[in-house]
Design a protein around this ligand. Structure first.
Ligand code: APR
Ligand code: ZN
Length: 372
């Protein structure tokens, strides 16, 4: 047992408080990780602001990296000291979806219960009451016990904040392009929404060899950042005039519209713009997660008549154990400049301020750094 510092919310919709919690030792199939970095992702904000109902009390954070400090019985202790990135969807490796290689659809992940595989948690308050860990990894904490299948070793030389981002935003955005959509070289691509996820879609489009990359956001600074990552064209969106945004995307892409449009916000209005900008044969890839219960609509006849497609992309259709090391190597080779997404490093007590900046659309990627 040890004491940790962690950002806890009592339940969805409530502010975070920094608490001292008790962390029990890892059991079989579990790993103790000392956290080094944790990115502030919009999915945390959805929970913080009550858009997504979640049980509580719960430690926030799901985009993390750390160093293995101990392993549960049965695991190889030689991994102690290894730097790792964490997956927020620890696969069970036994269900039908895991068996067919679609781990992002695992039906028995401990992440579904924000607990360990046996359904219990290693976290408790000083009074002994249990505390959950968001998606089983609750990375806004100085240390955590996590399922062993959530832990992916990183090659030497990857900074902690880069490893953290690989664990959510980068895998989600790059994977949407390379895995879910399998964008062929020479394609035209538009990306709507340039947060950590959308900027990763831009980097993914560069990796895929896209011919034109149209970066779309309401915020000019985000557009400029996308330009440094390889976007070739841009559209500054005005939510008041969605039709104009659609027309501008089509014109920038050429040939009647982009072959692929990635929506990386999660708003019904921008989902409809993504579909509306497609030429015949085009594909809209929905990456952003909406609030619960929201719908988007499109006119069916031209959609079918034009052979258009819509794909939902969860976690970039990534298999963490395979894709995280590959993303890390692409970073080390200079082909995936993940570090450029980071516009602020902060300490855990500043998390609420980081949420304010993210809510205002000001932030690119902010990362909480932990002291060794
Ligand atoms: N049109 C264009 N851009 C917009 C609009 C709009 N109407 N509204 C917001 N944006 C831009 C913001 O300016 C910001 O740059 O969308 C971007 C969203 O970025 P973040 O808030 O940083 O979100 P991110 O962490 O990248 O996550 C995006 O993916 O995983 C999901 O839950 C996550 O739904 C969220 C989405
Ligand atoms: Zn995330």
């Amino acid at each position: 047992m040890r004491e940790i510092q962690a950002a806890v919310i009592e339940r969805a919709g409530q502010p975070t408080t920094i608490e001292t919690l008790r962390l029990d030792d890892p059991r079989p199939g579990e790993v103790l990780v000392r956290m080094t970095a944790s990115g502030v992702c919009h999915s945390d904000l959805h929970v913080r602001d009550g858009h997504w109902e979640r049980p509580g009390p719960i430690v926030m954070g799901h985009e993390g990296a750390g160093v293995i400090e101990a392993v549960g019985e049965g695991l190889d202790p030689r991994v102690v000291g290894r730097p790792v990135a964490l997956s927020w969807y620890a696969p069970c490796l036994r269900c039908r979806e895991c068996q067919r290689g679609r781990q992002w659809l695992c039906t028995a992940s401990p992440a579904l219960r924000h607990a360990q595989a046996d359904g219990t948690t290693r976290l408790s308050r000083p009074d002994g009451s249990p505390v959950l860990a968001y998606l089983s990894i609750g990375t806004m904490a100085s240390a955590q016990v996590v399922p062993a299948t959530a832990v992916v070793p990183m090659p030497d030389g990857v900074p902690p904040e880069v490893a953290a981002l690989i664990g959510c935003g980068v895998a989600t955005g790059v994977g949407a392009v390379t895995r879910t959509a399998r964008v062929p070289a020479g394609s035209t691509v538009a990306v709507i929404g340039l947060g950590g996820v959308g900027l990763s879609c831009v980097m993914g489009a560069v990796l895929a060899g896209a011919r034109r990359i149209v970066a779309v956001d309401v915020n000019r600074a985000k557009i400029d950042l996308a330009g440094t990552l390889g976007a070739t064209h841009w559209v500054q969106a005005d939510p008041e005039t969605p039709r104009r945004t659609i027309d501008a995307i089509r014109e920038a892409a050429g040939d009647g519209g982009p072959d692929f449009v990635f929506e990386a916000i999660g708003l019904p209005a921008t989902i409809e713009q993504a579909i509306g900008a497609l030429p015949p044969g085009g594909t809209a890839v929905l990456v952003g997660l909406t609030r619960f219960g929201q719908s988007a609509s499109f006119e069916a006849f031209p959609f079918v008549d034009g052979g258009r497609r819509i794909l939902g992309s969860n976690y970039g259709s990534s298999v963490a154990a395979v894709d995280f090391p590959a993303l890390a190597e692409a970073y080390l080779a200079g082909r995936l400049p993940v570090d450029r997404l980071i516009d602020r490093r902060l300490a855990l007590p500043e998390l609420e301020d980081a949420f304010d900046r993210l809510r205002d659309g000001q932030a690119a990627r902010q990362v909480v750094m932990f002291q060794a």
